[in-house]
Design a protein around this ligand. Structure first.
Ligand SMILES: *Cc1c(COP(=O)(O)O)cnc(C)c1O
Length: 403
């Protein structure tokens, strides 16, 4: 049975902690992680939670306790991961366009590093030569993912070193006798077609023989989760079968087994999250019946930024007559959460919950309009814990220097 929190319980959390409120259900994260670890039978891949999706320290600690590894997008995420209890050997820093100073810092912390430019690879060579194993982030020139903004592997993307520049990579590797331990590709987010990962493997298999010390290949993240009714999740069983089949049909160069890595972000934490808001105002117009909630894209930017669909449920009136509404925020900027959406009859004061709010929800929130960032709650073993208090007025002024 799939883990979820009931409407009544979510209403009680809204009442207890106030709104807007992010709620994360720990056992759902565990369920997702178990899907990953049980799907693969022959190979035993390593999973690195791409923590930019949700970095609350308690979530990191929980994911660490499950036995997962972690993938970081900044040196601060690396430091958060260390604070959460991950050991450096289980922390991957997949960099992109960063200053070389951050790579020096990551190296001194002892974490695994993926480098994504010829320039930083050269600097790495000059500094460390063969002494510190390192990975290379390649750009496979594959178009995949739900939306151009979240596609990273295509031929106009800034991410990774284009595979067609592999000769330049090899020159640097040779010049500095670099120890290349892994090759990395991440093609995008919301990939449901598992063949995209197989295509990635095919591209890497042409390149693998050029690196004699390779131990890992890292296929990135981007697994799809269902947002709407009828949406599918990336089929992990099928992915596992295809990946294992691809490996079986390509004997490893040198006969050494290569470990496969994945970096799931959204897959781990999207569905564990519920964003609870309260209806401030109802407004009838010719175009729509607007429902204004006590939030906006300052708290959940995905609908405005990615045209993302989040299922919205009236948890105060779960059996009400379905009607059509446009759900909007309260900030001074167009912030439509949903246009012409069927929701059980809404009244002012009702609690509306946005589903799938765990990934890139709180994490991308801001103080736009000088609104407070929401509080966060983690529900674990049936108990609700406040894991971040709501901002206060002092927080808005905290780093300002009043002249
Ligand atoms: C964002 C990111 C991921 C995770 O993507 P999801 O769509 O959340 O699974 C994985 N790897 C890298 C390098 C990323 O930047």
């Amino acid at each position: 049975m799939s883990e979820h929190l009931s409407p009544e319980y979510l209403v009680s959390l809204g009442q207890q902690f106030g709104t807007p409120l992010y709620v994360y259900h720990a056992e759902k994260i565990k369920e997702q992680y178990n899907k990953l670890t049980t799907a693969f039978s022959r190979s035993r891949p390593r999973f690195f939670y791409a923590c930019k999706a949700l970095t609350n320290i308690n979530i990191l600690k929980y994911i660490c306790s499950l036995g997962a590894n972690v993938d970081c997008s900044s040196i601060n995420e690396v430091k958060l991961a260390i604070q959460a209890g991950f050991s450096p050997g289980n922390i991957l820093y997949t960099s992109n366009g960063i200053a070389f100073e951050e790579i020096i810092e990551a190296q001194s912390l002892g974490v695994i590093i993926n480098i994504d430019s010829l320039s930083n690879l050269e600097k790495f060579g000059r500094h460390y030569g063969h002494s510190y194993p390192v990975g290379i982030r390649l750009r496979p020139n594959i178009m995949a993912g739900g939306n151009l903004k979240i596609s990273t592997g295509h031929d106009k993307s800034k991410f990774g070193i284009p595979v067609d520049q592999i000769d330049k990579v090899l020159n640097i590797v040779q010049q500095y006798n670099l120890h290349i331990a892994d090759l990395h590709i991440h093609t995008g987010s919301e990939i449901k077609d598992v063949d995209v990962f197989v295509k990635g493997i095919e591209i890497l298999f042409d390149i693998i023989p050029k690196f004699s010390e390779l131990q890992f290949i890292d296929l990135g993240g981007g697994f799809k989760v269902p947002y709407k009714d009828g949406d599918v999740e990336t089929d992990m069983q099928l992915l596992a079968a295809k990946v294992e089949e691809a490996f079986a049909s390509h004997p490893n160069p040198g006969g050494r087994p290569l470990e496969v890595w994945f970096e799931p972000g959204k897959f781990m934490v999207s569905e564990c999250g519920y964003f609870i808001t309260k209806v401030n105002v109802m407004k009838e117009t010719n175009a729509a019946t607007f429902v204004s909630v006590d939030s906006g894209f300052n708290h959940l930017i995905r609908p405005m930024f990615y045209d993302a669909y989040h299922r919205i449920e009236n948890i105060s009136n779960p059996n009400g007559t379905p009607k059509r509404y446009s759900v909007v925020g309260n900030i001074c900027e167009t912030d439509t959460f949903a246009w012409d959406r069927t929701i059980n009859e809404v009244h002012e004061g009702d609690y509306l919950v946005f589903h799938n709010a765990g990934a890139y929800g709180f994490e991308m929130s801001s103080n736009f309009n000088s609104r407070y960032k929401p509080a966060e709650v983690m529900v674990k073993e049936g108990e609700a814990h406040l894991i971040r208090r709501r901002d206060t007025f002092d927080d808005l002024l905290r780093n300002q220097i009043i002249l």
